[in-house]
Design a protein around this ligand. Structure first.
Ligand code: HEM
Length: 518
């Protein structure tokens, strides 16, 4: 999934407008007074005295998700702030008043910024994104603790405004809270599409996909032997075809490229659209019409295409798992539509990201292309997941009851960012982490825990449902492409390592010169 990582921590500070600044002055004053007051009362960071009276006077009830008044947010913020301080998590990245660390994250590659901060502030620290407090985990042990042993206290999500619309308010597996809908939906996804039996049935589609890809690369090598081929152009289109399976009829009104844009590219971009109200929930009454219009348009276009697709597939009974869903009577039509879309978008992105980076690394190094026996192929796959972590930050988790992580008490209301990329760059765990060395996985080849040390697919109850599919497609593709061609990077391509977007999408599509092997 991966595709819908909720990076609410990816703000463009510049988007924060006038009203925030105006209220900011008041906030700053209140915070300063509060801190002064605390210091006067005790030097040992007492528990927050809590502006409970303000809270009560405002008449706010319900959980944090519903309580969006300015006072409540301030109360909530201070509460978490002092609890964290009290329990010794002093590592805190300094930021600006009111907006906190938002401006420092405007580069839109928070996994890299978080990793850099870990060098200065240690592997666990807190940051502020507007009125939210987030604890960032950059170390494997604590990340596992959050995903596995402490999961029950950290199993909900707080979505950005864009994601609320695009996911029909948590109606997809990857973005839902842990509840009955989640359990039913994940079960369906696994039994009908992504689990081992379903993947066995889908083998025929994978074989056709790889055959088509190889044919297109051969055609290119024949006509333009000395010109670089654009890996992504061929791979992406075939991969999307696999995820949609047969949509030729739909294709008579819309091209595959157009459908791809509506179902995959637009929502991926929409998911990281910044609505500054995400960071200042007490300002949610301020209209942000252009933002809402953009996201709503994406939503309606996707609805239209998905409905057409479902109608068509129902008539042809091709989507086997779709016809299974209504039998349970547990999912509404809209939830079913969303799950179908989820399977499409998630199948179309991260597998491409992984395969493209693996072919980039192999194209750099002809010697390593000779070593493609099976264990080595698995090592290439896992090392690519480590160095290029396709989902660099696990979709944000929300602490809904006080929990302990890494020996610190983390209060209810804190957001948790698990920086998988940061964990995979940790020098204490990985030798020369910046180098791509598949050999590091050969030693532990019989030890599956060693292979999953990268945590690329998350872990615990929320572990990625599509890990098997991603591995099957990626490994078969990488193996076949290296078997059939010699790969060499186009001159100048080596430096193109920049990424773009929610996943670690290669900014510049891979360009390699390919030569068929005898
Ligand atoms: C290399 C490829 C992939 C990577 C690295 C990846 C990674 C991840 C990660 C990190 C999560 C989040 C786990 C969490 O919240 O703790 C996730 C969740 C998920 N992924 Fe993937 N994914 C990949 C491919 C796929 C594919 C191909 C599909 C489906 C076709 C898929 C479907 C899902 C679903 C449904 C979830 C939500 C699981 C849950 O919340 O229980 N993923 N993935």
């Amino acid at each position: 999934m991966d595709t819908l990582v909720n990076l609410q921590a990816l703000p463009m500070g510049a988007a924060i407008g006038g009203p925030a600044v105006a209220l900011g002055g008041i906030t700053l004053f209140l915070v300063r007074e509060y801190v002064k007051d605390q210091k006067k009362k005790s030097s040992k960071f007492p528990p927050p005295p809590v502006t409970l009276s303000v809270f009560v006077l405002c008449g706010i009830e319900g959980d944090y998700g519903e309580a969006h008044s300015y006072h409540y947010c301030l109360y909530h913020y201070m509460n978490i702030f002092w609890k964290l301080k009290n329990d010794g998590l002093n590592a805190e990245v300094p930021g600006l008043p009111v907006i906190g660390n938002l401006l420092q994250l405007k580069e839109k590659k928070p996994h890299k910024t978080f990793t850099k901060w870990a060098e200065t502030y240690g592997p666990i620290y807190s940051i502020k994104t507007g009125s939210n407090i987030m604890v960032v985990l950059n170390t494997t042990d604590v990340a596992k603790e959050a995903m596995v042993t402490k999961y029950s206290s950290i199993s909900t999500r707080k979505l950005s405004n864009a994601l609320k619309i695009l996911t029909s308010d948590k109606s997809i597996v990857a973005m839902s809270d842990y509840n009955e809908f989640y359990k039913a939906a994940k079960r369906h996804l696994l039994t009908s599409t992504l689990g081992p039996n379903a993947q066995k049935r889908h083998r025929v589609h994978r074989d056709i996909m790889i055959k088509n890809i190889c044919e297109q690369f051969h055609a290119h090598a024949k006509i333009y032997p000395s010109e670089a081929v654009n890996f992504r152009k061929i791979f992406q289109s075939e991969l999307f075809g696999l995820s949609l399976k047969q949509v030729e009829e739909l294709g008579t009104t819309l091209s595959r490229q157009e459908i791809f844009k509506i179902l995959v590219i637009d929502p991926m971009e929409g998911a990281i659209e910044v609505d500054w109200r995400d960071f200042f929930p007490y300002l949610k009454w301020v209209p942000n019409k252009s933002f809402e219009k953009r996201i709503q348009q994406m939503y309606f276009r996707r609805q239209a295409v998905m409905k057409a697709l479902i109608e068509q597939q129902k008539q042809r009974s091709i989507l086997a798992w779709y016809s299974q869903i209504p039998q349970t009577n547990t999912l509404s039509e809209q939830q079913t539509l969303m799950l179908l879309w989820e399977a499409i978008i998630e199948a179309s992105d991260t597998t491409l990201v992984t395969s493209e980076w693996a072919m980039y690394e192999l194209s750099k190094d002809p010697e390593r292309q000779k070593l493609c026996q099976l264990p080595y192929l698995a090592a290439v796959f896992h090392e690519t997941l480590r160095k290029h972590s396709p989902v660099p930050i696990v979709p944000l988790r929300y602490v809904h009851e006080d929990a302990q992580l890494g020996g610190y008490n983390i209060p209810n209301g804190t957001e948790i960012a698990i920086n998988i990329y940061g964990c995979n760059m940790d020098r204490k765990v990985w030798d020369s982490p910046e180098e791509w060395k598949p050999e590091r996985f050969l030693k532990g080849k019989d030890d599956t825990t060693e292979l999953h040390k990268t945590m690329a697919f998350g872990g615990g109850k929320r572990v990625c449902a599509g890990a098997l599919q991603a591995m099957l497609i990626s490994c078969v593709a990488i193996g076949r492409l290296v078997q059939e061609f010699e790969w060499r990077l186009k001159d100048g391509e080596e430096a193109n390592v920049d990424t773009l977007g929610l996943t670690t999408h290669k900014l510049h599509p891979l360009l390699s010169i390919i030569k068929p092997r005898n």
